[in-house]
Design a protein around this ligand. Structure first.
Ligand code: HEC
Length: 160
């Protein structure tokens, strides 16, 4: 359970997960219980979210060279995935490998509100990008990123 998660951050760890899963042995796939399947689903959603956010952040900071079309696509993709956050946590349960905290279901309305804030922030980036490309959307990327961190710090177990 202690893959190379520590330094590179959750999103990079998710790449490792995808690679492992691609070889047929990913940890979330191992558990076929209802809560195991729910974990696989949110793992998949959050993995894509993590990748799209890396792309957006990288472009916004000028670390990845990309045109407005690539930025706009990543923002639109992220907004769609953000809309799946709430359903990814509908089923309760914390199987092995999951870092979900019980507080998610104890404070469901707050969790749901944070998921909505996340979706709205992602939508705002996507709409600004559609109107005016990267320049119009750049300042909205950080507020979007803060919705990730705000939810993780409350509802995701710290790395071990
Ligand atoms: C409403 C709450 C919430 C928001 C908003 C949210 N996340 Fe998450 N995320 C979670 C929780 C909870 C987990 C842990 C799920 C588990 O382990 O069962 C998680 C897990 C992850 C993972 C690890 C996936 C895995 O299974 O290995 C990544 C990567 C991630 N989130 C990225 C992001 C990024 C990037 C954003 C913002 C663009 C974001 N998340 C927004 C709650 C949220």
């Amino acid at each position: 359970m202690n893959r190379s998660r520590s330094r590179v951050g959750a999103a990079a760890a998710a790449i490792g997960f995808v690679l492992v899963a691609g070889c047929g042995g990913g940890q979330p796939a191992a558990d076929d219980s209802p809560e195991g399947r729910a974990f696989q689903y949110r793992h998949a959603v959050m993995t894509v979210v993590g990748q799209k956010m890396l792309t957006l952040g990288g472009i916004a900071r000028g670390e990845i060279t990309a045109d407005d079309a690539a930025f706009t696509k990543a923002a639109s993709d992220l907004a769609v995935m953000a809309g799946m956050t709430t359903e990814a946590f509908m089923a309760q349960g914390i199987p092995s490998g999951s870092r979900a905290l019980p507080a998610i279901w104890e404070s469901w309305s707050d969790f749901e509100r944070r998921a909505q804030d996340f979706q709205q922030a992602a939508q705002a980036v996507a709409e600004a990008a559609q109107r005016g490309g990267l320049e119009a959307a750049r300042d909205l990327v950080r507020p979007l990123q803060q919705t990730c961190g705000g939810c993780h710090s409350t509802y995701r177990k710290p790395e071990e």
